[in-house]
Ligand binder design. Sequence first.
Ligand SMILES: [Zn+2]
Length: 90
Amino acid sequence: MSVQIEVQIQKIMPLLCKECNGRRFPIMFPEQRDALWLCEKCKNFVDIKDEFVREWTKEEIEENQQKLENFQKDVTTEKTPEIKRRSGVN
Ligand SMILES: [Zn+2]
């Protein structure tokens, strides 16, 4: 059952990259009606029909990197998961 559903999804959305077989992620742009699908490995976007749209620009890559760093900083400074885990187990 679950395999059938997955196949159907892949027919209508470019979930996997044709070049590296990696997972693509839908990215919404305000000026575009449909999301573009990004492969982080090949650094390019395809549209809903799996047709090449454009490269992932250097600016976007840096912006993404910045967001990721901020997120990781938040997680390590605010939640301190190591201390929580230790006191919970013992
Ligand atoms: Zn790829």
